[in-house]
Design a protein around this ligand. Structure first.
Ligand code: NAP
Length: 262
């Protein structure tokens, strides 16, 4: 077990990539704080982890609210007394054409995707500094952080901007925190089949079978000819969270089936 008794916080862990990450890190022996917005969702993930014979706690908090996140971090410390790994996964990607985009829509995407990453990092930092080590893994995206071209981010200018921001934050934080033995890295997923991507397809007025159609479209544009799976991002988080990556900091790992190298 690569994370035996390590204490981990996973944000956005109620479903999708965050849930897969929470389950995978728990399988590797971590004690997992499962953070998301809705109690029912996180309770289910906690129950699944406990059914695997591992420890988990449900932490309901909105990552965009610094006070809620500080309280959440206190709950983790009260329970386990340390934090070794933070996976900032929570993110939203509601499509809106730029010409129609309202200031509130822009601000909300920034508040969750970028400020949420800052809020949780800030909340666990004193503990990681006192422990003289830690690993922070931020989920960016090929959108904004890697690719150019028509598939970059249709109607997602706000989202692309936040993910470019997550990459900049990751690199700068890695430089600042290396002196404390804290590593900070990012992952840029390509298209991953999650509840979030399904909801996005539906919100764009797509037919029911949109996901199947998107899957087929991906066969044409992704060298590995398919959507990615949440577990494939979770496995990359595991690598960056664990000592297997002990000399890696400030880096971006692209997990996109080869999409961005064409
Ligand atoms: P998802 O299925 O929508 O899951 C994201 C989870 O985060 C949801 O449970 C969501 O809750 C939660 N969340 C949203 N706002 C939150 C907040 N303010 N505080 C706490 N939790 C919050 O999304 P996903 O597809 O797994 O994506 C996860 C991450 O990967 C995101 O950062 C996304 O940008 C990134 N990513 C995804 C893809 C992809 O193709 N799926 C590609 C590149 C990058 P609600 O259900 O209430 O919204």
């Amino acid at each position: 077990m690569r994370l035996k008794d390590r204490v981990v916080v996973v944000t956005g862990a109620g479903r999708g990539i965050g849930k897969a990450t929470a389950l995978e890190l728990a399988r590797e022996g971590a004690k997992v704080a499962v953070n998301d917005l809705f109690q029912e969702m996180i309770d289910e993930v906690v129950a699944e982890i406990k059914a695997q014979g591992q420890q988990a706690i449900a932490i309901k908090a909105d990552v965009s609210q610094s006070e809620e996140v500080e309280q959440a971090a206190k709950l983790v410390l009260d329970r386990w007394g340390r934090v070794d790994i933070l996976a900032n996964v929570a993110g939203i990607y509601p499509p809106v054409p730029l010409v129609e985009m309202k200031e509130e829509q822009w601000d909300r995407v920034f508040a969750v995707n970028l400020k949420g990453t800052f809020n949780w990092t800030k909340a666990v930092l004193p503990t990681m500094i006192a422990q003289k080590g830690g690993s922070i893994v931020n989920i960016a995206s090929v959108a904004g952080a890697v690719i150019a071209g028509p598939w970059v981010a249709p109607d997602l200018c706000h989202y692309a901007a936040t993910k470019a921001g997550v990459l900049g934050f990751t690199r700068a934080a890695a430089m600042e925190l290396a002196q404390h033995g804290i590593r900070v890295n990012a992952i840029a997923p390509g298209g991953i089949e999650t509840e979030g991507t399904q909801a996005m397809a539906q919100s764009m007025g797509a037919p029911e079978e949109m996901m199947a159609e998107m899957g087929k479209a991906f066969e044409g544009v992704v060298p590995l000819k398919r959507f990615g799976r949440p577990i494939e991002i979770a496995k990359t988080v595991l690598f960056l969270a664990s000592d297997d990556s002990s000399y890696i900091t400030g880096q971006l790992i692209v997990v996109d089936g080869g999409f961005s190298v064409q």
